[in-house]
Design a protein around this ligand. Structure first.
Ligand SMILES: [Zn+2]
Length: 260
């Protein structure tokens, strides 16, 4: 049973038995991992109080081959991210990001996905109150892109011809459509997954997909549209039939600067 110490983010914590905790982690060196921290809920536990949701740190796991649950023998916190729990908007977005990693990340190690999730949680914690929503959108897109699903924004996903000006974006097809293919989709029916993007919307989406905050602030109407588009894209390309309740909760709720 090799003892492995790796950078890790805590994505889920649940009590187990009378005194223990089970922790789901995204680790840099082991990928997704489940650890059992025995005695973590005892008053004198050294590790237990550190096992907070969204904390980034260094986890030590006694890895057992062919067993899903590895004993978690230590967790040294680098960033506790406690402030994510003080604000409902940040918490909802962090929960959506954690869920995306738990449900969609590969089981094997993936440094880019680890970096995107850890960086996203840190950015959500430190974002200015008015930037929480765009920070969350950029963080989720960064994870989606790290997982290998980058939408095409400058070329039609069907024929590859350049797309300029106002364009249609098909979440199901994974990117922009030229005028000809947008018209063909509309005639064929089933246009629910398609969003019309004026050039400023497309620039905003391009920034978010690059993991950056857009230059122009998002008003409430555009923020709703961008959350819908992201969720629809995830549903079609990453989630398959798995429900993503935290993402749905974040999407449905308008977390504006005034609510935080
Ligand atoms: Zn086309």
């Amino acid at each position: 049973m090799p003892l492995v110490t790796t950078p890790a983010v805590i994505l889920h914590v649940m009590p187990y038995g009378d005194t223990s905790k089970i922790v789901r982690l995204l680790t840099r060196d082991l990928g997704l991992a489940s650890g059992i921290a025995r005695g973590a809920r005892r008053a004198k536990s050294a590790t237990g109080p550190r096992l907070d949701l969204f904390a980034l740190g260094s986890a030590t796991l006694r890895v057992r081959e062919a067993r899903e649950l590895s004993p978690l023998t230590g967790f040294e916190i680098a960033r506790g991210h406690a402030a994510l729990g003080h604000d409902v908007g940040r918490f909802a977005a962090a929960s959506a990001l954690a869920e995306l990693a738990l449900k969609c990340a590969p089981a094997e190690p993936h440094a880019e996905v680890f970096g995107a999730v850890a960086g996203g949680l840190a950015a959500l914690e430190s974002a200015a109150a008015g930037d929480v929503e765009v920070t969350a959108l950029a963080a989720c897109w960064r994870v989606v892109v790290a997982l290998g699903f980058s939408p095409s924004l400058d070329r039609c996903v069907t024929c590859g011809s350049p797309v300029a000006g106002t364009a249609h974006f098909s979440a199901a097809q994974g990117g922009a459509l030229c005028a000809r293919h947008a018209a063909a989709r509309e005639e064929g029916g089933g246009f629910d997954d398609v969003t019309r993007l004026v050039p400023s919307d497309r620039a905003t989406l391009a920034a978010l997909v690059a993991g950056l905050l857009p230059e122009a602030p998002l008003d409430a109407r555009h923020a709703v549209a961008h959350r819908r588009l992201l969720r629809s894209f995830i549903r079609h390309h990453l989630a398959e039939d798995r429900p993503l309740p935290a993402l749905a909760f974040w999407d449905r709720s308008a977390w504006t600067a005034t609510s935080s």
